[in-house]
Ligand binder design. Structure first.
Ligand SMILES: NC(=O)c1ccc[n+]([C@@H]2O[C@H](COP(=O)([O-])OP(=O)(O)OC[C@H]3O[C@@H](n4cnc5c(N)ncnc54)[C@H](OP(=O)(O)O)[C@@H]3O)[C@@H](O)[C@H]2O)c1
Length: 245
């Protein structure tokens, strides 16, 4: 019987939700977070037993403090953290505003940085942290400059964390998904037509014959969170169906 407790930041939709669903199916206890009460209620009602929703905006340090305090009180220590909450808004480099820069960096990098820092005291020895980055870190896509920078910053942390947190038994690894069909496309400002074209593009060009879906990422994240990957440190698993080959 699996009794591990895992926290997923941003677990209401897309990759975070699919990971929560997969972990719950394997009897993990899963705590998901979100900025939106309704999204959390809907997600936890779909996930059912062994899922718990907690309201927390990852870009707010006081929200992360409250989240850690509540989890400590209700669950004690946790076995793993999937740092997943993130946003993407398409914008050319020349048109990227300070507002978009701050929103993206505050959620994708600052929020992730401080979530890891603040969860350290309630992570068990041993425990596992998985950072959700993206293939944009090593393959250039237009209109992604600040998003790419936020994910590259996150990846750069992993090595240092593996050294600084080693005596606490905390290991850090990276999942690097390729383009995955999820609500992020609509939120990014893409039209339905553009999303259909994207799906069509991957259907005809990807070695797997289709675009990735969030369920494709879930078993990889579970592997990195579980004892199956106990000796991995700063490993990056690219889950892209071979599209960047
Ligand atoms: N889809 C892709 O092609 C792709 C590829 C590579 C990497 N990724 C990464 O995968 C992660 C998940 O993306 P997705 O595609 O699954 O998109 P998604 O469906 O839009 O999911 C984003 C999740 O993050 C949460 N979130 C956003 N801002 C938050 C904040 N300030 N505080 C707390 N939660 C927040 C959202 O929750 P609420 O809206 O309910 O607050 C939602 O649960 C992101 O980090 C993204 O960069 C995605």
């Amino acid at each position: 019987m699996n009794t591990k407790i895992i926290v997923i930041t941003g677990g209401t939709t897309g990759i975070g939700f699919a990971c929560a669903e997969y972990l719950v199916s394997l009897n993990y206890q899963v705590i998901i977070t979100s900025r939106t009460k309704e999204n959390l209620e809907e997600a936890t009602s779909r996930l059912g037993n062994n899922s718990f929703g907690m309201l927390s905006d990852t870009s707010s340090l006081s929200d992360i403090d409250d989240l850690v305090m509540k989890i400590k009180k209700q669950f004690g220590k946790i076995d793993g953290l999937f740092v997943n909450a993130g946003v993407f808004k398409a914008s050319s480099f020349e048109e990227t505003s300070e507002e978009l820069f701050e929103e993206t960096m505050n959620i994708n990098f600052k929020g992730a940085f401080f979530a890891v820092q603040k969860f350290v005291p309630i992570l068990k020895n041993p425990s596992s942290i998985v950072l959700n980055t993206s293939i944009v870190v090593f393959k250039a896509f237009t209109n992604t400059s600040v998003y790419t920078a936020s994910k590259a910053a996150l990846e750069s942390l992993s090595k240092v964390l593996n050294i600084e947190l080693k005596d606490k038994g905390i290991r850090v690894n990276i999942v690097s998904p390729g383009v995955t069909e999820s609500p992020i496309q609509k939120k990014s400002g893409m039209t339905d037509e553009a999303i259909n074209n994207l799906v069509e593009h991957f259907s005809s060009t990807s070695p797997i014959g289709r675009i990735l879906v969030p369920k494709d990422i879930a078993p990889i994240v579970e592997f990195l969170l579980s004892d199956k990957s106990l000796v991995l440190r700063n490993e990056k698993i690219i889950v892209d169906g071979g599209t960047t080959l």
